[in-house]
Design a protein around this ligand. Structure first.
Ligand SMILES: Cc1cc2nc3c(=O)[nH]c(=O)nc-3n(C[C@H](O)[C@H](O)[C@H](O)COP(=O)(O)OP(=O)(O)OC[C@H]3O[C@@H](n4cnc5c(N)ncnc54)[C@H](O)[C@@H]3O)c2cc1C
Length: 670
């Protein structure tokens, strides 16, 4: 099948407008006869469901949590980007577009990113209208802060709880439609397969997670908004339940999976504390606005800190290596995440890690607290304030900006980050890869859409901070509602889709067979045993740095773990009750396939770009020595994989990326 991105013709800046002017529409009366299934009610799915229902479609929305309010989106801390230029610092939609394409290491589709930048400002207006309490400055205007990889302040935020507040906005918009009967909400339901009729997506099979009942649901189109697959690493900053099942099941039914190897390893997470941990915690990138990252300059100090003979606060400025400021003077601590993560790994690999495992660097707020404190003393007319007074005043400002994050750190690590620098280390956080979609956000299956983190998205090989919320809400509020209408306009005479057909019979049987297998297998090992094994292989061989040998080993090892899983997995309990182990078994089965495709994709991409660092492809001399080396001549394409049974047999389809408006350059943040 030819991979057609369906990008509209014409100048980049006019594409979206002329697209909207020329698509087919569904009249309001006909919308009442059309059903749409939305799987996932995080920010992407929640905003899509609310908007489609407001437009008049009958929406059936599904989530595995007990409420849309619990979607993983709630965890988003730092903020959401939009090109409003409220700071008057030179921002524009072009600059947001440019930063995003550059930040993604020139591996995203220009037309999609430009559209994203264009609609970004509408998202803020929409959310403010819903009552989302964005932070405001002294004069009452919406405040902004900076995120990595940009030289302007365009990030809107609500303390360190931006995702939660945005989700409450989307959830209230959904609730209005639930009350009107336009959204039928299926909480605690997990989609376990998609149903295709005559090549088109026409429904899903879902399990009621409370009763275990298997249900059939039909619709004229199906939208997948089920989030990312970072938990393929077992340990990540994602919610424990985040999984790839919906995305993987549709892949098996014909939706190509794009760039699975593009993962974001976030530089500022609380380091791992031991082998029995099941979750990692993010410290938001917003902290890099004020926190400075360093390790000791001298190895004696590293050892003294590790052995408890010295504290980080004992080290003078001269004894600290602010390595990001040293290596990247233009962007300093606000280099993009991939660059910051690799720099932390480089220092720790060289032996400068500051905790017992050698896998931690400092994120220090001392300079910011003193700077803010001095400013506050001046504003309050306090002459010659004592050092303690300056600290107290400065701490109050830092607390107002990031208080909940500091509290979280304090509770987890049992250290006061106002007094001693935080310890951080990179961890799996976000997946730029995902289900391939065209300009309409439609997958390679007709009538099957994919939005939010679940699609391969607009972020190329690396996502800039605060851009995931922007993309999810752009997809749900402002893009899908147009593009899906164009498709559904040809469905106005179809009528209800029946569920008593052989296609539904077959899909339901496959789902039931798998569930019955799990509860009857009586193996000797728990689901987590296999998930941890997979995660270890992924982290060690498909993690922050990858090479050919390791990737080949990873593929073979994952396959072996998968084979053992199908022999030895043990799932206690029964199929017709609430059974979290059964849910996990299905999800881990899918991760065990996705992990192998992930490694295969990483092996194929013999270049370094963004979050994918191939050790064979690094600059060997000059000022860029050690930095990632991209290969535009051979790899400026989206790798979209077609399922063919075993992950190793997947077939590669290339979407060549065209750059007409941006010149491809070596990414430099120096
Ligand atoms: C700790 C943390 C902090 C972050 N901070 C920021 C930030 O400050 N700014 C930013 O831009 N981005 C941030 N991100 C990224 C961002 O939060 C996510 O990319 C985004 O929220 C994903 O939204 P989503 O709607 O695509 O998916 P999710 O929010 O993950 O929602 C997935 C939905 O799908 C449902 N679901 C999944 N599988 C199934 C199934 N099989 N059947 C039925 N339902 C299913 C779930 O129930 C849920 O409703 C952060 C991420 C993390 C981990």
């Amino acid at each position: 099948m030819a991979l057609d991105s369906k990008t509209p013709k014409g100048p980049l800046k006019d594409k979206w407008t002329s697209y909207k002017n020329n698509i087919d529409l569904v009249n309001p009366a006909n919308k009442r006869n059309i059903d749409v299934i939305v799987v996932g009610t995080g920010l992407a799915g929640g905003s899509a469901a609310a908007t489609l229902a407001e437009l008049g479609y009958n929406v059936k929305a599904f989530a595995y949590q007990d409420s849309p309010r619990r979607a993983h989106s709630i965890a988003a801390q730092g903020g959401i980007n939009a090109a409003k230029n409220y700071q008057g610092d030179g921002d524009s939609s072009y600059r947001l577009f440019y930063d995003t394409v550059k930040g993604g290491d020139y591996r995203s589709r220009e037309s999609n990113v430009h559209r994203l930048a264009e609609v970004s400002a509408n998202i803020i207006d929409q959310c403010v209208a819903q009552g989302v309490p964005f932070a405001r400055d002294y004069g009452g205007m919406l405040d902004n802060r900076s995120f990595g990889g940009v030289l302007v302040s365009r990030t809107f935020y609500a303390k360190g709880q931006t995702g939660q507040q945005l989700l409450l906005g989307a959830y209230s918009a959904m609730n209005r439609q639930i009350a009107r009967g336009k959204i039928e909400m299926f909480n605690r339901h997990e989609m376990l397969d998609v149903v295709k009729v005559d090549g088109k997506a026409r429904g899903i099979i879902a399990r009621n997670l409370i009763t275990g009942e298997i249900e059939r649901h039909s619709a004229h189109a199906v939208v997948i908004a089920t989030g990312g697959y970072g938990n393929v690493y077992f340990l990540s900053t994602n919610a424990m339940g985040s999984n790839a099942t919906a995305a993987w099941k549709i892949h098996k039914k014909g939706a190509y999976f794009a760039n699975p190897c593009y993962t974001q390893i976030h530089p500022t997470c609380i380091p791992r504390s031991g082998d029995y941990q099941s979750k990692l915690t993010l410290m938001s990138e917003s902290l890099r606005n004020d926190g400075r990252i360093w390790v000791p300059k001298n190895m004696e100090d590293v050892m003294a800190i590790r052995e408890g003979r010295k504290k980080p606060t004992d080290l003078s400025e001269e004894e600290r290596d602010y390595y990001l400021e040293r290596r990247y003077p233009a962007f300093g601590n606000l280099v993009p995440r991939d660059v910051a993560s690799r720099a932390a790994k480089e220092r720790c690999d060289a032996g400068y890690g500051v905790n017992a495992t050698g896998e931690a660097v400092y994120l220090d707020f001392k300079s910011a607290i003193e700077r803010y404190g001095k400013e506050q003393a001046k504003l309050k007319g306090i002459n010659n304030p004592s050092a303690d007074k300056v600290y107290e005043l400065g701490q109050a400002i830092v607390e107002a900006k990031y208080g909940n994050l500091f509290q979280m750190y304090n509770k987890i690590v049992d250290e006061d980050p106002y007094k001693t620098p935080m310890m951080i280390y990179p961890a799996t956080h976000y997946t730029m890869g995902g289900v391939w979609v065209d300009y309409n956000l439609m997958t390679t299956v007709d009538g099957l859409y994919c939005i939010g983190e679940a699609n391969f998205s607009d972020h190329g090989a690396n996502r800039l901070g605060a851009s995931a919320l922007m993309q999810g809400l752009a997809d749900g509020y402002f893009v899908l509602p147009y593009t899906i209408g164009d498709y559904l306009s040809s469905d106005i005479r179809t009528g209800k889709i029946p569920t008593d057909t052989k296609e539904f019979d077959e899909a339901e049987k496959a789902v039931t067979d798998q569930i019955n297998f799990f509860v009857n297998n009586n193996g000797s090992k728990s689901v987590d045993y296999f998930h941890k094994k997979l995660g270890k292989i992924m982290w060690e061989k498909v993690g922050m740095a990858r090479n050919e040998k390791g990737l080949k080993e990873a593929m073979a090892e994952i396959k072996a773990v998968r084979e053992d899983f199908w022999k030895e997995v043990n799932v206690p309990g029964t199929a017709d009750e609430m059974n979290p182990e059964l849910e996990k078994a299905g999800r881990v089965a899918d991760f065990l396939e996705l992990g192998e495709l992930f490694a295969k994709d990483a092996l194929n991409r013999n270049e370094s770009c963004g979050g994918h660092f191939r050790e064979e492809s690094a600059e060997t001399d000059g000022p860029q020595k050690g930095e990632a080396k991209r290969d535009d001549a051979n790899y400026a394409y989206v790798a979209a994989w077609e399922y063919k049974g075993q992950p190793a047999d997947a077939i590669l389809h290339k979407e060549e990326l065209e750059f007409n408006d941006i010149e491809l350059k070596q990414r430099s943040y120096k």
